[in-house]
Write a protein that binds this ligand. Structure first.
Ligand code: NOJ
Length: 534
């Protein structure tokens, strides 16, 4: 088995919003099949598919009712098999979402196997990630069950070896079918401190994130399942720091191949958490990513991402989605894709899709957003203030339908979409991107190719430059000596530096500004290859 995933680029599909083939307004598997050539053209190696399992959709599929069945709106198991074949025929791989911290309360286990869940006579003070208490009372059992997410997502009891064996059996079933790996949903939450102590202000995270038996469980999962297959794993791990990540991703430990860290995504949140948003301080971002680049170099492996189905759109968040949308989207892509790790592209990122500002709360569908809105309104916060934080941070920013064309509903559906399309689809869509040789799409395509051809991107060390510069993120990729020098302007101001030697490897402007200096124009990104030229 090799580390083939180190040179791969992953594309995340959120199936509900990707492509609807049958006009019911909900994306589906046949829709995905129609678009595989598009992904192949982009240069994608691995598709990460958000959950397609049978689910009552309290949390859009992250509440699974049956791990062995496809959600009716998405199609059938035959459709799934056809899709898997079609992916493999094109030389791509499929990574499934593995959601085993919790199931749906409609999963038959919840009715049949009490000891698969976490029950207490008295709840502790933990709050749910989706607002309100993390415990709900079950009348029949006369006890409370734990749900870190919604009350329809009861947490599984990983202390129970029978439950663990059921999970491993299910994973083997999918791998035997031919899937190529798993993205593991909040996998570092599965081991809870059995005493379930109260947490400060109801925040129980220190008792369930990176819990006492987490490494043991992951190792067991590898020994029982994963090591028998040539597959790839990425653990979604909120609250994992670099020390944890070194343990999780060191191949010696047999846990996961790489992780999703959240630290860089939390930098524009305040003391009140993600909704308490503030301007990003670029120096914080640089130092955070530097820390991660160094911590995992030569030890483990990281994933590189700006977007997913839980995050606002990066071009609206750290870029300029107005005057410099195309330039800043390319700059952000450069900044991320020149680092060490496996890059993830979230659907629509490759065409620079933006956040959305719906007027009415009724246009929002996400349970996290809706629960937060209700809770804040009841606490006396004004509608406009809450909407402002939803515009900045709400998960539906990422979940509006993929914009394929300038046709009605962006070509996503011939029916009524389950969530409204971003009105800017007439201008921002995949058709337009494919027609324009200078588009964000083709820029991503080039970055993906460079990762394949230039080993320094995969293997080199990282050295931060101009640490305290407030608007420019510059770094080198080093192998003995610096080989690539990357300059990214996170602003619309001009900035001047000494011009590094070397030829330009990739840039988001046509040519350099004249003279001996390096003059960085608004949102400019340029990579110098110091192995070439003077
Ligand atoms: C993380 C997933 O990415 C998110 O969408 C989901 O709501 C929670 N885990 C719960 O499964």
């Amino acid at each position: 088995m090799t580390d083939w995933w180190k040179k791969s680029t992953v594309y995340q599909i959120y199936p509900r919003s990707f492509m609807d083939s049958d006009g019911d307004g909900i994306g589906d598997i046949q829709g995905i099949i129609q678009k595989l050539d598009y992904l192949k053209k982009l240069g994608i190696d691995i598709i990460w598919l958000s959950p397609v399992y049978d689910s009552p959709n309290d949390d859009n599929g992250y509440d699974i009712r049956d791990y062995y069945k496809i959600m009716r709106e998405f199609g059938t198991m035959d459709d799934f098999d056809e899709m898997l074949d079609a992916i493999h025929q094109r030389g791509m791989k499929l990574m499934m979402d593995l959601v085993v911290n919790h199931t749906s309360d409609e999963h038959k286990w919840f009715q049949e196997h009490d000891d698969f869940y976490i029950w207490r006579d008295e709840p502790n003070n933990w709050k749910s990630v989706f607002s309100g208490p993390a415990w709900d009372y079950d009348e029949a059992r006369e006890q409370y069950y734990l749900h870190i997410f919604s009350k329809k997502q009861p947490d599984l009891n990983w202390e129970n070896p029978k439950l663990r064996e059921k999970v491993y059996e299910m994973m083997r079933w999918w791998l035997d079918k031919g899937v190529d790996g798993f993205r593991m949903d909040v996998i570092n939450f599965i081991s809870k401190d059995p005493a379930l102590p109260d947490g400060p202000d109801g925040d129980g995270s220190q008792h369930f994130m990176n819990g006492p038996r987490i490494h043991e469980f992951l190792r067991e999962m590898n020994d029982e399942v994963l090591l028998k297959y040539d597959c790839v794993t990425v653990g979604e791990m909120p609250g994992a720091g670099t020390d944890d990540a070194r343990i999780y991703t060191d191949p010696e430990n047999r846990e996961v191949n790489m992780i999703f860290t959240f630290e860089h995504m939390d930098l524009d949140g305040g003391p009140g958490g993600k909704w308490d948003f503030r301007e990003l301080n670029l120096v914080d971002l640089k130092e955070n990513l530097e820390k991660w680049q160094h911590a995992l170099h030569g030890v483990g492996w990281n994933s590189l991402y700006w977007n997913n189905h839980d995050q606002p759109r990066i071009v609206s968040r750290f870029g300029d989605d107005d005057d410099f949308r195309v330039k800043s989207a390319k700059m952000l892509a450069t900044c991320l894709h020149m680092m060490q790790g496996t890059p993830y592209i979230y659907q629509g990122e490759e065409i620079g899709m933006t956040n959305v500002t719906f007027d009415s709360i009724d246009d929002y569908k996400d349970i996290e957003t809706l629960n937060m809105y209700k809770e804040k309104l009841e606490a006396g916060v004004g509608h406009d203030d809450i909407m402002r934080s939803i515009y900045a941070k709400g998960r539906d920013n990422a979940r509006t339908p993929m914009q394929w064309s300038k046709d009605a509903n962006g070509g996503f559906t011939s029916g009524e979409p389950w969530i409204a399309v971003n009105p800017n689809y007439r201008e921002i869509n995949a058709d337009a991107a494919l027609e324009d040789t200078d588009s964000i799409f083709y820029y991503y395509q080039k970055l993906i190719e460079l990762r394949k051809s230039e080993d320094i991107i995969t293997d080199g060390d990282f050295r931060l430059l101009h640490r305290n510069h407030p608007e420019v993120f510059a770094y080198e990729r080093v192998h003995g000596v610096a080989q690539l020098v990357i300059y990214c302007n996170f602003s619309s101001n001009e900035h001047r530096f000494d011009r590094p030697h070397g030829e330009v490897l990739i840039q988001n402007y046509d040519g350099l500004a004249s003279g001996d200096e390096l003059v960085l124009r608004p949102w400019e990104a340029v990579v110098f290859d110091q192995r070439k030229g003077k």
